[in-house]
Design a protein around this ligand. Structure first.
Ligand SMILES: Cc1cc2nc3c(=O)[nH]c(=O)nc-3n(C[C@H](O)[C@H](O)[C@H](O)COP(=O)(O)OP(=O)(O)OC[C@H]3O[C@@H](n4cnc5c(N)ncnc54)[C@H](O)[C@@H]3O)c2cc1C
Length: 342
């Protein structure tokens, strides 16, 4: 650290790390910063998750866009790839952090110092097979996590088991061709406006940002009226889309406080008189726009099984009722929450 300017260290070169780099340069005129990234390239989640989507913008386009920003803003010279953050200690006397890193390839220890650290390591970066489901190694078919999509496997005509019912599976369903192909591309005239009329795209983005921010404010727990209406609206939508036998299972309870169940393994929550906020009130969890998932679940080639998984066996999945569902492939879409760095 020869410069007199404070040294800022950013951990991670995903969307947050790249945005921080741009903001440091543009808004704070800071030139003395280093981004440490454990992988050999930028874009984090969207570098790794190559699972296909036919409705939303695909991974290659997202990756190209963020790589473009990374280069356009000259962040290459500020970035050290293949470098894993291990720990940092605040040195009171020197008034700086002493940081320990590791070369991801050789394992060599690297030390550096910084006046400020920005952690941009991502929240859901660790793909995880539910630990309670045993037997993955005995399965004779193909098995993969949605974060490590097996593009060589031809799904057509195969019996595929999909573990979990969350956001990743929701995106995958289009690739599994469970529903018609849809595409969210803007009409040609809108694309032309975006490309050639200055300010239109920025205005449009700002409107999206304003709407998103307003919506998230509207979902605050004091806004009981809004929450009630949202609950009503979402439940009505589910009712219009799902047959009776699925409705009860697919409708969230929308209870605000629950006793700690899942998250306590990774995060230490302070005790709350009513338990902890688990994000089941409308708006606490990400609201997903349904572009065909609920219809897909009702297609004749799809069965939704609620029996619970006992284990994975040679030929497929054994449910808690003892039934073995024969499968050629299994995909899984669950994630572990990244623990906060020490
Ligand atoms: C399957 C999936 C689907 C998602 N879908 C959406 C969506 O549709 N819309 C949306 O807005 N968001 C979505 N998200 C959320 C997504 O996490 C954000 O969009 C965004 O990519 C987060 O960026 P980030 O920079 O915070 O984290 P990340 O993209 O996770 O980047 C973190 C970076 O830090 C690096 N890193 C981690 N630990 C270390 C370490 N110890 N040392 C050095 N480097 C480290 C990682 O290698 C990575 O490059 C999704 C996430 C997942 C996992």
């Amino acid at each position: 650290m020869t410069s007199k300017e404070p040294h800022v260290v950013v951990i991670g070169a995903g969307l947050a790390g790249i945005s921080t780099g741009i903001a440091l340069k543009q808004q704070l005129n800071c030139k003395n910063f280093t981004i440490y990234e454990k992988a050999n390239n930028v874009v984090g989640t969207w570098r790794e998750n190559t699972y296909p989507s036919t409705y939303f913008v695909g991974q290659p386009e997202l990756q190209a866009y963020w790589e473009g920003l990374f280069h356009k803003h000259g962040l290459v010279v500020h970035t050290q790839f293949n470098t894993l953050y291990k720990s940092a200690v605040w040195d009171v006397d020197a008034q700086l952090y002493r940081i320990v890193l590791e070369d991801s390839i050789t394992g060599a220890k690297i030390e550096t110092q910084a006046h400020a650290i920005v952690f941009a390591m991502g929240g859901f970066a660790r793909a995880m097979y539910p630990p309670e489901i045993l037997g993955r190694e005995v399965f004779k078919g193909a098995i993969w996590h949605s974060a490590e999509w097996d593009h060589r496997f031809v799904l057509q005509g195969k019996r595929v088991g999909v573990i979990s019912n969350g956001c990743s599976v929701y995106v995958e369903h289009q690739y599994l061709r469970l529903t018609r192909d849809v595409n969210s591309k803007y009409p040609g005239w809108v694309q032309t406006l975006f490309a050639y009329v200055p300010g239109v795209m920025r205005l449009y983005r700002n409107i999206i940002m304003a709407v998103s921010d307003t919506v998230s404010l509207a979902f605050r727990k004091e806004n009981t009226f809004v929450l009630k209406q949202a609950r009503k609206g979402f439940t009505k939508y589910l009712k219009s889309k799902l047959p009776k036998e699925m409705l009860e299972k697919m409708t969230p309870s929308y209870r605000q406080y629950l006793q700690p169940l899942v998250l306590t393994e990774t995060i230490d929550y302070p005790p709350h008189p009513h338990g902890i906020l688990m994000g089941t009130a409308p708006g606490c969890r990400r609201i997903i726009v349904d572009v065909g998932y609920l219809d897909a679940l009702q297609q004749p080639n799809v069965t939704v099984n609620w029996d619970g998984i006992d284990s994975i066996v040679e030929g497929g999945i054994k449910t808690k009722t003892g039934e073995v569902i024969e499968l050629d492939a299994i995909t899984c879409g669950s994630y572990a929450i990244n623990t906060l760095p020490k």
